[in-house]
Ligand binder design. Structure first.
Ligand code: FAD
Length: 321
């Protein structure tokens, strides 16, 4: 049976985030020929509407309020609750991003809906929509389905293979004012801790350093390799705790969950909490001087050696490509 699916569009500094296209791709699958509505908070450009249409949006619904220009928990929770109450969709999908994780459970609770969070896969079998999600820090995967009422799920970025954009598609734009009151937290200014770097959660290649880099200066060869590869730089918690790098770079259970095409782990032992954040990477290369390091169990390619010798060699070789 065809369904009406609502997704939320995420953008950063005026650019739509990839996760928006991924949830649209998943939504198209669930809609099974039905309708897909992409909800935008604040404003949307004509070019963005076109992009959203190409990835499956039939309607772009702009929820307008002056206080929705920047994210706030109260603002998005109130606005999106109203949007879902108005549209009454069969399914709702949100990216499992820092902000999606924040407001999705609040909206679900207000609407009295269950929430299947952090899904890495969606399949449709007849009338049933089945979500796959990791459990036990990624050691196992479970499947879940909603048996009654509106389906509500968050989708982990970089897991849904994007559909080919269909340039012939167009979308209708609708606008509604939403009622947003009593916002307790207002973001006045955003100060980036890491300047000019690629967003870890959307990066296609990540080079990460662990305690094995031994100091903040030890990150220099990691950063050089990342620059040559056009990669983002990540880190283990031990490296962050030791002050070698900023916590915004932490990958893992209590850091960022990443799924790049290529993850290069340098001087990282492979603790279960680190693996929880990166083991779904498509290809993992581990560089570690200990041949028994657990990271080699999840690595597709392993290099046993001193990272301060291996990483510069790799950088030189990649420079030639
Ligand atoms: P280590 O385990 O000390 O490993 C360093 C590795 O570097 C070793 O394998 C060593 O052989 C290698 N090495 C040393 N020198 C060199 C060299 N010159 N060349 C090559 N290799 C070298 N950790 C995370 O990463 N992310 C999380 O989100 C996270 N969340 C946590 C949550 C909880 C509740 C807890 C309890 C822990 C969490 N941790 C997390 C910490 C985790 O348990 C590990 O302590 C941490 O991942 C270890 O980081 P590491 O691999 O860099 O350091």
């Amino acid at each position: 049976m065809s369904k009406h699916v609502v997704v939320v569009v995420e953008s950063r500094e005026g650019t739509l985030r990839n996760v928006s296209f991924e949830v649209l791709t998943a939504a198209q699958k669930i809609a099974s020929g039905g309708n897909v509505t992409a909800v935008v908070f604040g404003a949307v450009t004509e070019e963005q509407v076109q992009q959203l249409a190409q990835y499956g949006a039939d309607t772009v619904h702009v929820a307008q309020h002056a206080d929705l220009q920047t994210y706030s928990t109260d603002g998005y929770t109130q606005a999106f609750t109203q949007v879902v109450e108005t549209i009454k969709p069969d399914a709702v999908l949100i990216g499992h991003t820092a902000i999606g994780r924040d407001y999705a459970p609040r909206v679900a609770a207000r609407l009295g809906l269950g929430l299947i969070s952090d899904c890495t896969g969606v399949t449709v079998e007849g009338d049933e929509v089945i979500f796959t999600r990791p459990i036990y820090a990624g050691k196992l995967f479970q499947t879940k389905k909603v048996t009654s009422g509106t389906i509500f799920a968050t989708i982990r970025p970089n897991n849904i293979e994007l559909a080919e954009p269909d340039t012939s598609r167009t979308a209708q734009v609708t606008e509604t004012a939403v009622d947003v009151t009593n916002i307790r937290t207002v973001i006045q200014n955003i100060v980036r801790k890491t300047t000019g770097t690629i967003d870890l959660t959307e990066a296609k290649i990540i080079v990460s350093g662990g305690r094995g880099v031994k100091s903040a200066d030890g990150f220099a060869p990691i950063k050089e390799l990342a620059d040559v590869l056009g990669a983002a730089v990540g880190a283990s918690r031990a490296a962050c705790d030791a002050g070698y790098c900023d916590y915004s770079m932490q990958v893992g259970q209590t850091g960022k969950v990443v799924t790049p095409d290529l993850y290069i782990a340098c001087g990282i032992s492979g603790a279960v909490q680190h693996l929880a954040g990166m083991s779904n990477s498509k290809i993992i290369i581990a560089i570690n001087k200990d041949p028994d390091a657990p990271i080699f169990k999840v690595a597709d390619y392993g290099i046993v050696g001193d990272l301060f010798e291996v990483v510069p060699l790799l950088t030189e070789e990649f420079k030639k490509v």
